[in-house]
Design a protein around this ligand. Structure first.
Ligand SMILES: NC(=O)c1ccc[n+]([C@@H]2O[C@H](COP(=O)([O-])OP(=O)(O)OC[C@H]3O[C@@H](n4cnc5c(N)ncnc54)[C@H](O)[C@@H]3O)[C@@H](O)[C@H]2O)c1
Ligand SMILES: [Zn+2]
Length: 355
């Protein structure tokens, strides 16, 4: 059993603690049933309700479609009914969707109550539950309303990953590989050396990878909570990933994985990396069952729509897009690329020609 590790994230004096290698069995040490309300989803409730049967529980549905104001309002109504007050603690038990919604509801209920998470999907452990972004979608547009507000704690219980469906596990792997590309403390090598164990969800190994990934993200978030500078590098693979997700409805991690593949091709094109690094990362993505070319998740005829989505997602900066490229493992660069140039690259790439 992997030992408990703690990562403290200090943002403007507020300390948020992420605990990896911890178990939901110990949740009472962190949040007492007497003054805590749990928000969870149908799936988690089905698998784990016995673990929290002594808490008041608000159960929400599943899927992106429920990440709405309407769900937040339902939670708030239930909190009122439960007579939750300013000192009530809201505990989200679930993946990224539960955490995003619960964090947002807690941030606005009575102008803000304390909250924390038991993060239960690989994606939320390595990414979603660290960094304080909470929010909902509006008319299907992702995360259009929300706040940046840090939880008191996040518990990552690798034991709970055993019940996670395989495609959800692979989905989270994409964010782990992304972080590994950016991390300069050996996470990529660790994943590479332990790929079989990771694929088979070996508890201790997964927990170590989650720990390292959280540690990296924590460092970045401490430096730049509001994504004004260095936090942008976490968008590696996301410019095209988001576009593919939007146009094709591809799962986030799978879309991001293809986006990472594209970013590698572009990095090579700019002479920043050579083929060996490109192939090394792509081999890792493939090993985990992830796509590494745009051709695997989309089609040349989707190009105009894809470009439209990239442009609507672009950060301010005229007709150009800030794109995250790699110079090596642990070394990223942000390039401002003109829309037409990007379009030329996307359409000209082997990504599509392979298809
Ligand atoms: N706040 C952030 O910084 C941030 C970062 C990345 C993603 N996100 C958001 O996270 C969301 C995606 O998160 P996700 O991939 O965790 O999706 P999710 O919360 O929908 O979880 C995926 C599925 O797995 C199920 N599940 C989760 N844990 C389980 C377990 N232990 N056992 C059995 N089933 C389990 C869920 O019920 C769901 O059906 C998106 O809405 C995305 O916008 C937020
Ligand atoms: Zn992501």
């Amino acid at each position: 059993m992997k030992k408990l590790e703690e990562i403290k994230i200090n943002i403007n004096g507020h300390i948020s603690t992420v605990r990896t290698g911890e178990s939901i069995n110990n949740i009472r040490e962190y949040a007492s049933p007497a003054d805590t309300v749990i928000v969870t989803d149908d799936n988690l409730n089905r698998h784990y309700y016995e673990m929290f049967s002594d808490y008041p529980v608000i159960v929400i549905g599943t899927g992106e479609g429920i990440k709405t104001f309407a769900t937040v309002e339902t939670i708030i109504r239930e909190l009122i009914e439960l007579r939750a007050h300013r000192k009530t603690f809201l505990l989200g038990v679930g993946g990224g969707i539960v955490c995003d919604i619960a964090g947002f509801a807690a941030s606005i209920y009575m102008r803000g109550i304390p909250f924390g998470f038991v993060s239960t999907s690989l994606l939320s452990q390595v990414d979603a539950s660290v960094g304080g972004k909470n929010g909902v979608n509006i008319d299907g547009l992702k995360n259009m309303a929300g706040v940046i507000n840090q939880p008191e704690f996040v518990i990552c219980d690798h034991g709970m990953l055993k019940t996670l469906p395989e495609d959800e596990y692979i989905n989270g792997m994409a964010e782990l590989v992304k972080t590994a590309c950016l991390d300069d403390e050996g996470l990529f090598q660790f994943i590479s050396d332990n790929r079989e164990k990771l694929k088979n969800r070996h508890g201790e190994t997964v927990s170590e990878a989650v720990y390292r990934s959280v540690k990296f993200k924590a460092k970045i978030v401490e430096e730049d909570e509001r994504e004004e500078s260095v936090r942008r590098i976490l968008n590696l693979g996301h410019t095209l990933g988001h576009a593919v997700e939007k146009v094709k409805g591809t799962k986030h991690g799978f879309a991001v994985s293809a986006g990472i593949g594209f970013a590698l091709e572009l990095s090579k094109n700019y002479g920043l990396i050579d083929s060996s690094l490109e192939n090394e990362v792509k081999d890792m993505l493939k090993f985990f069952g992830l796509p590494c070319t745009l051709g695997e998740v989309t089609n040349e005829k989707d190009l105009p729509e894809l470009m439209k989505a990239v442009e609507s997602d672009k950060k301010k900066g005229g007709d150009s897009i800030n794109f995250i490229l790699l110079k090596g493992i642990g070394e990223s660069v942000i390039r401002n690329i003109k829309s037409e140039e990007l379009m030329k690259y996307i359409s000209g790439y082997s990504s599509f020609k392979n298809n």
